[in-house]
Write a protein that binds this ligand. Structure first.
Ligand SMILES: Cc1cc2nc3c(=O)[nH]c(=O)nc-3n(C[C@H](O)[C@H](O)[C@H](O)COP(=O)(O)O)c2cc1C
Length: 171
């Protein structure tokens, strides 16, 4: 993966919920970094760029400079990514308009997906927005893993899936 590192960008409606448990297991078993955007100020995409001074651009600039592989970690809400994650994805449009300099640096990076749901699977289509956005952004699509929580813990079956995911990201 070169010299740069892997970062998990997590966006849930709660910072210390179930997605975070999945993310924490991955962090404990890898050298990946975490950017939790759940508590950050990231406004919706706005055609007049009214949110240009919020936390979005500094986060994207940090990723541009320091990471090769971005793992988007989200709970499954109504079969798709969480609203905070979708807000972040909408804002990626800024990297094609006001901040092309940063957008250029995202090209060639790899995107992977970590999801957490009540169900043990995601429906067809869950990954589509990630895969197509990666393509649009001239990024590579890496891999994905889906987990769930039982009795407030990451079950063994999920730990196994996550270990496989970590190996793939590191390969
Ligand atoms: C608004 C909402 C919608 C949800 N929709 C789904 C769903 O479509 N599929 C699923 O498996 N779980 C669904 N769930 C359950 C969550 O994905 C699951 O509890 C997850 O572990 C929550 O992670 P969090 O604590 O980070 O929010 C939904 C939960 C909420 C709050």
């Amino acid at each position: 993966m070169g010299n740069k590192k892997t970062v998990i960008v997590m966006a849930s409606s709660r910072s210390k919920g179930e997605t975070r448990k999945i993310v924490d297991f991955v962090l404990e078993n890898s050298d990946f970094d975490l950017i939790d955007i759940s508590g950050k100020n990231i406004g919706y995409f706005d055609y007049d760029y009214k949110n240009k001074d919020d936390d979005f651009i500094p986060i994207c600039a940090d990723i541009a400079e320091n990471y090769d592989h971005i793992i988007f970690a989200t709970p499954v809400y109504w079969y798709i990514m969480s609203a905070p994650m979708k807000a972040f994805f909408d804002r990626l449009y800024d990297l094609f308009t006001t901040h092309k300099d940063i957008g250029r640096k995202w090209k060639g990076k790899t995107m992977s997906v970590l999801s957490c749901g009540e169900d043990k699977f995601v429906v067809d289509g869950f990954l589509m927005a990630f895969k197509e956005t990666a393509k649009y952004m001239t990024m590579n699509y890496g891999t994905e893993a889906h987990g769930w929580i039982e009795n407030d813990e990451v079950p063994d079956a999920v730990k196994e899936l996550l270990n496989g995911f970590i190996n793939k990201v590191n390969s």
